[in-house]
Design a protein around this ligand. Sequence first.
Ligand SMILES: O=P(O)(O)OC[C@H]1O[C@H](OP(=O)(O)O)[C@H](O)[C@@H]1O
Ligand SMILES: Nc1ccnc(=O)[nH]1
Length: 506
Amino acid sequence: MQLKVQPIDIKVGKYKVILNTIDAKELGVNEGDRVRIKNHETLTAIVDFTEDMISPGMIGLYHEVKEAMQREWTETIEVFPAERPRSTYIIKKVMDGNKLTQEEVEILVKDIVEENLSEIELAAFLTSTYINDMTDDETEWLTRSMIDTGDKLEFDSQIIMDKHSIGGVPGNKISLLIVPIVAANGLIIPKTSSRAITGAGGTADLMEILAPVEFDADEIKKMTEEVGGVLVWGGATNIAPADDKLIKVEYPLSIDPHCQMLASIMAKKGAIGATHVVMDIPTGPGTKIKNVQEGRKLARDLINLGDRLGMDVDCALTYGASPVGRTIGPALEVIEALKVLENFDGPNSLIEKSASLAGMLLEMGGVAMKNQGYDLAIETLKNGKALEKFKQIIEVQGGNPNVTHKDISVGEFNKDIIAPTNGYILELDNKRLVQIARLAGAPNDKGAGLVLHKKQGEPIKEGEKILTIYAEKEAKMDTAFQSANTRPPFIAEGMLLERIQSFKEI
Ligand SMILES: O=P(O)(O)OC[C@H]1O[C@H](OP(=O)(O)O)[C@H](O)[C@@H]1O
Ligand SMILES: Nc1ccnc(=O)[nH]1
């Protein structure tokens, strides 16, 4: 079918075109089917429908298709129905609980990287692996394919350190402390992070407040060689590019399937050539790992995958039943981390956890003797060397090295959630805390989030502040506040949880 071209300058992140329903019917394609564009044998685009935006006889080309056609631009193009990519049948296999071959995994990852799959197909793939998981072999192939479809870093140094958290505990700003501690002790740590997946602020969201986080592989190498470490966003690089395309679909589903999590993390570590890795596995109710047994199993899976890829992986099962520190949400978390670096001032949970994991890396990297890494990490925080290194990292990434916690602005709207009764905080609910922080605007509104005045086990008096919600926009503040009051993110001793009535009120 010959159609007149109408460019639509909207980026949709995929090769997509939009047809009038009349033409689509005549062409015999449904929404989500593919069309092939003549003169572009390799350009296959996913079809959207419209009844009025595009007139019959026209075809809307979204930004990505328009860009791809730029060299052979014509006013009219010929469009044919195209076959679905083989990956869609491979995904069906995963949905049916069947195992994939290495070749099938490679085809799938290639199609993910080349944007040949729709969000619906990616969601089906992720949901199926969430339910059916993958074998160790499949997970290794997935990881290797994710590494091989992107750029890799090679350093002269024989030892490359890295750290990663599986996420799932709110307020986990520890990478902002660990990377400078490790680099300040002469080790190399080119850390790539994701943005939030199930949380209200990933490390990339936090670091972006202090400096740009979007760099390519060569820039990461150069910056790391200059100052010893970086804190950048994995999704902006061409390092394991499939990862962020999958995370974009995981985020709205709030899921992080086991095999995807392993591949997502280990592909990023493999691509930067890490030799020694510490993995943080937050464990406890309301996290991705419910108990120590599950945590140990995941640790074995990570160590085993590291072994297959030639990396030494040590795992730390960490307490995750409550948030780390007292802040949740990008700007508030950065302030808390900077205070520790500037004045060694901060919650024990944050300092202890950061120093323990940094200490493991210092021992693995051979700059601290066995059982002395923790002390060296604390010393590096106290003597200001970690702060000095962090400033160098901020500067090399293009931020202002003189920034202090006082320069970080938080949302102008804030409201307190008040203790309903005297007693103790028996439980903080991680998932509800994240939901409320997200309703307030985190992670995209950097100043949105929560400050916890009371944590698990702490005594409260009726009317006292338990937490403060921050938002950049009033409407989001109201929604978050209402949600927190209707379904509080904590249980206080003596609190009425729910009233269930036997009779209707007269
Ligand atoms: O949103 P959830 O799923 O909680 O966690 C995702 C976060 O966990 C990891 O942290 P890090 O990069 O090791 O600091 C990821 O990179 C990301 O920042
Ligand atoms: N799935 C993931 C969890 C945590 N970090 C990641 O990079 N990816």
